[in-house]
Ligand binder design. Structure first.
Ligand code: GLA
Length: 396
């Protein structure tokens, strides 16, 4: 390894040290899936969290329209993804068949419509014999499915792991990865085996993102449980391949706006894919403000491509500070209050390895520069909420 990659490795270390960051704050150096996609965490919308099996051409078209009219597309959300239940059977040649009642125009026409809006189109399948909702899976149909999706103009495939008893996850996902590569179309591969087969050990070579957890639900505890699992695997994330703590629940109604702000901030600091899962046709002003906060999105999409991590506290503590190193030497910091009492929290510069006693602080939810601070910054953090800041060391 040392013989094959010394140059890239040393230039990264040099750049990292010029930026004042240490080696573990540099992006992953091993090979990611070489399809050139997802250099930053994918952003988009997926039907599952809000609509479950109730998918149709009409819903997808209306969502694509809303992506444009609400400003979601221009905020960075790119992929419009149908999850489970669009497919009903295979025809005699083995080709997958879409539900002709819900998708009367077929999938290609829908993909064309999504593309005409300046968006990209995603679809769902399962590496096993059936999808989780019992529709035909991709097992033993990898090549024909990849070819079909490419013909339809699919840009993103989420591949689930139901009905896969006795199958080997790395083997099956590699088959589909290779089939997608053979199709000739650049297609993001989203691996969804829920962290069940240690994907952090093999998925970076197979897909552009991989689930690290079971399914999220629209609750504070579920969101935190997924944070706790996904934040353990930051070392394997980087441009081209990302840990996926599951799609966003922002705007689905089960959490307060403070909790949704925390959810969105934590996903951004973890460099998680930002896949909205709400009804875009009925967003409150608060939901829009959260999903389209450009400063928080910029943290998620930062070009350094490092997943943030906890810098204070033990995993069981109620008050936790997370830090994500950013290109240019800044740090994004989330002060997370998991308790049900508002409280004052502190971020200490030495924990952020700032290398400077002074730093400027900007509040990413209030959109305000707060000034220059020495050694630390303290703020009142709401119950079940966060304060999120960007800290920039002042040159000595
Ligand atoms: C699994 C996945 C979910 C969703 C459903 C669809 O549970 O983890 O994200 O795709 O299947 O059936």
């Amino acid at each position: 390894m040392f013989q094959r990659a010394p140059r890239a490795f040393f230039s990264l270390v040099i750049v990292a040290s010029l930026l004042g960051i240490s080696r573990i704050d540099a992006a992953r150096t091993d090979a990611a899936l070489p399809n050139g996609l997802a250099r930053t965490p994918p952003m988009g919308w997926n039907s599952w969290n809000h609509f479950g099996c109730d998918v149709s051409s009409k819903l997808l078209r209306e969502t694509a329209d809303q992506m444009v009219s609400t400003g979601m597309r221009d905020a960075g959300y790119k992929y419009v993804i149908i999850d489970d239940c669009w497919q009903v059977a295979r025809d005699k040649s083995g080709r997958i068949v879409a539900d002709s009642i819900r998708f009367p125009e077929g999938i290609k026409a829908l993909a064309d419509y999504v593309h005409s809006k300046g968006l990209k189109f995603g679809i769902y399948t399962d590496a096993g014999r059936k999808t989780c909702e019992g529709r035909p899976g991709t097992y033993q149909h990898e090549e024909i499915d990849a070819r079909t999706y490419a013909e339809w103009g699919v840009d993103y495939v989420k591949e689930d792991w139901c009905y896969a008893d006795s199958l080997d996850a790395p083997t099956q996902y590699a088959k589909f990865r290779d089939a997608l590569a053979k199709s000739g179309r650049p297609i993001v591969l989203s691996i969804c085996e829920w962290g069940a087969n240690w994907p952090w050990d093999w998925a970076p070579r197979m897909g552009n993102l991989w689930r690290t957890t079971g399914d999220i639900d629209d609750s504070w505890n579920s969101m935190l449980a997924n944070l706790d699992l996904s934040s353990q695997h930051g070392a394997v994330a980087g441009p081209g391949g990302w840990n996926d703590p599951d799609m966003l629940e922002v705007g689905n109604g089960g959490m307060t706006d403070d909790e949704y702000r925390a959810h969105f901030s934590l996903w951004a600091v973890m460099a998680a894919p930002l896949i909205a899962g709400n009804d875009l046709r009925a967003m409150t002003p608060a939901t829009k403000e959260i999903l389209m906060n450009p400063e928080v999105i910029a943290v998620d999409q930062d070009s350094l491509g490092v997943q943030g991590y906890m810098v204070s506290a033990r995993p069981t503590d109620q008050l936790q500070v997370f830090m994500k190193p950013l290109a240019g030497g800044g740090r994004a910091v989330v002060l997370l209050n998991r308790s049900s009492l508002q409280t004052v929290m502190t971020a200490r510069w030495h924990r952020l390895r700032l290398g400077s006693p002074q730093a400027t602080v900007r509040d990413l939810w209030r959109h305000q520069d707060l000034g220059t601070f020495t050694d630390h910054f303290s703020a009142t953090v709401p119950a079940h909420g966060v304060v999120m800041i960007r800290v920039m060391p002042v040159a000595k």
